[in-house]
Design a protein around this ligand. Structure first.
Ligand code: PEP
Ligand code: MN
Length: 338
């Protein structure tokens, strides 16, 4: 059962609900969000349901939840969550947000050339990583704080908020002090310590789907973040591993409408990491938007053949400009603007 407090509920109201739960031998998980507090009641369902929660001071509603994830489910919140990032609403049913930039920040010149181009083409958010999860420990690992500084400069120069990956719980405060959105990557979707840590800081979090994760596992990972008090979670479908090895991954288009049914959180599609090849990015981006994604996130690089990471899937700025034109048409067909 989830007990949702009113916006104007006081600390004493929260305390009274927690005490009531304890008095019947149940546990209370209090999650303090930006706009309201919610309490997850864990224990004997029958016993909890019998009590008149809605009669208690400060309580708006008590919602029974049958799924293992509670706060992120549609049962808990029927309206879509819309996350404002420096004036850009992510999750707005009328809008499809385009996020673009290099996979990794490599240099000022590379980042600024890309940021200028994607801004001009219509991107609303910049991507670029300063910490890269690499399969080989000898591969380029990112510029760390120097990369975050360049991203912050690009944000000012081009008026673009940015998202950057955080790999390690020890770096959460550092990345959060620069980035507008933190990203937990596919390899870390089940790093529960990292999920808790990003749940305890105030910036929105993009949560990529683990490449072997079921939707239920993915939503449970989001629940970890939510439960710590951070209610601003953006789900990113980036392709999963299937029996087919023809492409880097298989974009699970079905996940988009399913997730929208199961959860109130925004869903973004990453066509670049899904296909892993330049020529697949445009069709997969169109498919994501047609399926109802709240946005797309695309790798762009001014010289993909010299890219230190993921060059094969990076679009040239001119290709990205064409992609935005085409995605706009698809968005219009499903009643959204870009
Ligand atoms: C990325 O977006 O650059 C990235 C590393 O993605 P993923 O975690 O999906 O592999
Ligand atoms: Mn990448």
């Amino acid at each position: 059962m989830i007990i949702v407090l009113r916006r104007e509920a006081t600390d004493d109201d929260v305390k009274a609900v927690v005490e009531r739960l304890k008095s019947i031998g149940c546990e209370a998980h209090v999650s303090v969000g930006q706009t309201r507090t919610v309490i997850g009641a864990i224990g004997d369902r029958e016993l909890i349901q019998q009590l008149p929660w809605e009669a208690m001071s400060g309580v708006e509603k008590a919602v029974p939840v049958l799924k293992p994830f509670k706060f992120v489910s549609r049962d808990f919140q029927s309206e879509d969550t819309i996350i404002e990032v420096r004036g850009v609403p992510i999750g707005d049913p009328g809008l499809c947000v385009v996020i673009a930039g290099p996979c990794a920040v490599e240099s000022r010149d590379q980042l600024f050339r890309t940021a200028e181009a994607v801004k001009k083409a219509g991107a609303r958010v910049l991507r670029g990583d300063a910490f890269k999860p690499r399969t080989s420990p000898y591969a380029f690992q990112g510029l760390a704080e120097a990369g975050l500084q360049l991203l912050a400069e690009a944000r000012e120069e081009f008026d673009l908020p940015f998202v950057a990956e955080v790999l390690d719980p020890r770096d959460v405060d550092l990345v959060a002090s620069y980035a507008d959105i933190l990203r937990v990557g596919t390899r870390n979707m089940s790093n529960f310590t990292l999920l808790q840590e990003v749940g305890r800081q105030p910036k929105p979090v993009q949560l990529k789907r683990g490449f072997t994760a079921t939707l239920e596992e993915w939503l449970n990972a989001a629940e970890y973040i939510f439960k710590e008090g951070n209610h601003q979670v953006i789900m990113v479908e980036r392709g999963i591993r299937t029996f087919d090895t023809a492409a880097r991954n298989t974009l699970d288009v079905t996940a988009v409408p399913l997730l929208k049914q199961m959860s109130h959180l925004p869903v973004i599609v990453d066509p670049s990491h899904s296909g892993g090849r330049r020529e697949l990015v445009l069709p997969l981006a169109r498919a994501g938007v047609a399926a109802g994604a709240d946005g797309i996130m695309v790798d762009v690089h001014p010289t993909p053949d010299t890219a230190l990471v993921d060059g094969a899937q990076a679009l040239l700025p001119s290709e990205f400009t064409e992609l935005v034109v085409q995605v706009k048409r698809v968005a219009e067909a499903v009643d959204r603007t870009v």
